[in-house]
Structure formats: structure tokens, C-alpha cells
Design a protein around this ligand. Structure first.
Ligand SMILES: [Zn+2]
Ligand SMILES: [Zn+2]
Ligand SMILES: [Zn+2]
Ligand SMILES: [Zn+2]
Length: 350
């Protein structure tokens, strides 16, 4: 059983009906499902960040504090804090989070224990109340260490003047925000961390049907901080939209420990159901002979892995369909950007 939500979803198809809808599943929580048949390569979701902020103090002199592109040789400094730099008068006029702006001069000259967490908290608390509540609504399985909480909240308080204290400011909100960070933040260009409301509702599968595009340095995209999700293959109406939170070519053990560590769940996808049988309780192959037979004979996802995995370990997805609706056989890697015609693997056993 699932229930449909009325929340509006960003629609990459403009005036036509959205390609995905939100449902709440008892076993998987909030999930996005195909609202109709989706073609290979079709853009299913374009999502703008709720917040995007410098991932560390070291990022500040290197990138624009608004769009996070690499700075030109003559950047535009923030007239208030003189620390944040912008790439253009436009980004300068859009500015950066007000509590972060207020705190940056002290933050860059101090030696706080957790400056990266403070960058996040100051950015999050700068959000309008409804956006902060959206951020707090994101799912998280991780928990910030309780013993560090009083200190980080008091450090944070020291950066916020009495006239700027946000509505929801409290140790509980701070703790809740920090618990969202590990599970939901997306590293962009190695220099910024973003939170994306809709993208975070795309659940994991080790056999995903969409992958993420959106190079933050792409000079051709004005909205360079958006994330774009494209279908790898045809997706039937009602099927769940899934991406992979792990490197897809990793073995079961690597995927399993990463998912437990960062997302707090054990994957039960079709691929894991098969591969988990290859390993015993000790994390070793349960039976080497059996494992070899399984790999060679019973490996239904082999074709999928070969077809959609680039040599760089990135994911290959078809280019979007042509204007006449026909599907492209040109594949693009979401990591290295290579574009090439789809070629079936040489030793395809199927
Ligand atoms: Zn900029
Ligand atoms: Zn500033
Ligand atoms: Zn899995
Ligand atoms: Zn690649």
C-alpha cells in the first residue's frame, strides 16, 4: 500500500505533466515513482539545492560563495565580511547566508574544533523558517555524537548576535541538523556541500534506473548547482525511481559496509539478494566453488553493470530522446563526461 502526496515536484518537462510522483511506502518511506512510462535518457528530475555552502574554510578563497564555480583572477569580495568572494556582480548581488557572513571573519581567524560543522549550521540557520523545516524533514539514520553537542552548540551560539537569533534555534534543532548532514549532503566539485530536497527522496538500489548528472563547473549551464537525474533505460509507470548511493561496480561487502556506515540500512535489492549468498557470516566467501558457479551462471545483473558502467567507474546513460521522441543510442558518462555510441560488451554471455 502506498499513499500519494500533493506536494508539487519540480517538473523538468515544463508544462507537461511531471514524470515522477511522491509516494510514502511503509517499508521504504518517501519514494519517487514513475508517473507514466519513462524513456531511456529522459530527464526525470531537476532539483535545486535547499542550501549549498563551502565544505571547508579552505574552499572560501578558491570558489564563488554563491555559485561555487572556480573564481576568476579578479573576484568580487563580500562588502560585509570581506572573506567570501564572488565570481561576478550577479553572484555578489545574490550574496551568501547572512549568519555565515556575520560569523566568517571570526571563524577564519579562530581555531574552532569543528569549523566544517559550523559552516553548515550557520548556513542552515540562515534559511527562511519553512526551508529550515524542509531540511529538518529529511530522513536520517545517523546520529551526531551526543558528547560533542553541548560544545558545538555553545560555539555556534557565540557566532550569533542576540538580534539575529533564528526562530528555531536550540540544541535540539542543532543536533537534528547535524544528524541530517552525513546522510543527505552531496559534495559538489570537491568544494561545496548541498542539500537537495527531492533528490534525497530517491532511494537506493544496487541496480539503479536513474543516474545523476550536473557538473558544477559546466560553463553552459546557468543553473550549475542543480542536480539532473536521467533514466538509464525504460522505466514502467509506477516503478520506483532508484539511484545508487555506492560505486556500482563495488563488491557486495564494500557496498554493504558503506550503506551501513553512511545510510544506516542493509540493502535488500535483487542484486544484493544474490550476492549476499556468496558470503558467509565472517564476510568471506561461504563456499568458493559455489560462489564461482553463482558468478558465472546466476548473474542476471551482469549485462546491466556492463552496459551502464564507464571505464572510469562512472555511470553511462543515454542522451535524452530526440525531439521526435526516438531514443538515442549515444551514451554519456556522468563522471568523466565521455560520449560514445553504445557497444554491447564483447563477451556478453546473454
Ligand atoms: Zn558565482
Ligand atoms: Zn559576507
Ligand atoms: Zn543492493
Ligand atoms: Zn566515465
Amino acid at each position: 500500500m502506498s499513499t500519494t502526496s500533493n506536494q508539487p515536484i519540480p517538473n523538468p518537462t515544463g508544462p507537461s505533466p511531471p514524470l515522477v510522483r511522491l509516494v510514502v511506502k511503509p517499508d521504504r518511506g518517501r519514494s519517487l515513482v514513475a508517473a507514466g512510462p519513462i524513456k531511456p535518457g529522459q530527464v526525470v528530475l531537476v532539483d535545486s539545492p535547499l542550501i549549498l555552502y563551502p565544505s571547508s574554510l579552505a574552499s572560501l578563497p578558491l570558489c564563488c560563495s554563491r555559485c561555487f564555480r572556480v573564481l576568476p583572477s579578479q573576484p568580487f569580495p563580500c562588502p560585509s565580511c570581506h572573506v567570501a568572494l564572488f565570481c561576478s556582480p550577479k553572484c555578489l548581488s545574490l550574496s551568501h547566508p547572512h549568519l555565515l557572513c556575520h560569523a566568517l571573519p571570526s571563524l577564519v581567524s579562530g581555531n574552532d574544533t569543528w569549523p566544517d560543522d559550523l559552516l553548515f549550521l550557520l548556513s542552515a540557520y540562515s534559511l527562511p523558517s519553512n526551508s529550515l523545516l524542509q531540511l529538518l524533514s529529511l530522513h536520517s539514520n545517523s546520529r551526531y555524537p551526543d558528547e560533542q553537542m553541548p560544545l558545538i552548540h555553545s560555539q555556534l551560539s557565540s557566532f550569533i548576535p542576540p538580534n539575529l537569533v533564528p526562530t528555531h534555534f536550540s540544541p535540539e534543532t542543532t543536533s537534528s541538523l547535524l544528524s541530517k548532514k552525513k546522510t543527505n549532503s552531496v559534495l559538489r566539485g570537491g568544494r561545496a556541500l548541498g542539500f537537495y530536497l527531492w533528490a534525497s527522496m530517491i532511494n537506493h538500489d544496487c541496480l539503479p534506473n536513474v543516474c545523476r548528472f550536473g557538473n558544477i563547473d559546466d560553463p553552459t549551464r546557468e543553473n550549475n548547482t542543480d542536480l539532473i537525474f536521467r533514466a538509464l533505460h525504460e522505466i514502467k509507470e509506477g516503478s520506483e525511481i532508484c539511484r545508487s548511493y555506492v560505486v556500482r561496480s563495488d563488491e557486495y561487502r564494500e557496498r554493504h559496509s558503506w550503506l551501513i556506515e553512511y545510510y544506516g540500512f542493509r540493502c535488500k535489492c535483487d542484486r544484493c539478494k544474490i550476492e549476499s549468498k556468496w558470503f558467509g557470516n565472517e564476510g568471506e566467501y561461504a563456499d568458493e566453488e559455489e560462489e564461482l558457479v553463482e558468478r558465472e551462471v546466476n548473474f542476471p545483473h551482469w549485462d546491466l553493470l556492463m552496459r551502464y558502467t564507464c571505464k572510469c567507474d562512472g555511470t553511462l546513460a543515454p542522451l535524452p530522446p530526440y525531439p521526435d521522441g526516438s531514443v538515442s543510442d549515444i551514451m554519456e558518462c556522468n563522471w568523466c563526461g565521455i560520449i560514445r555510441k553504445y557497444e554491447p560488451p564483447d563477451d556478453d554471455p546473454f
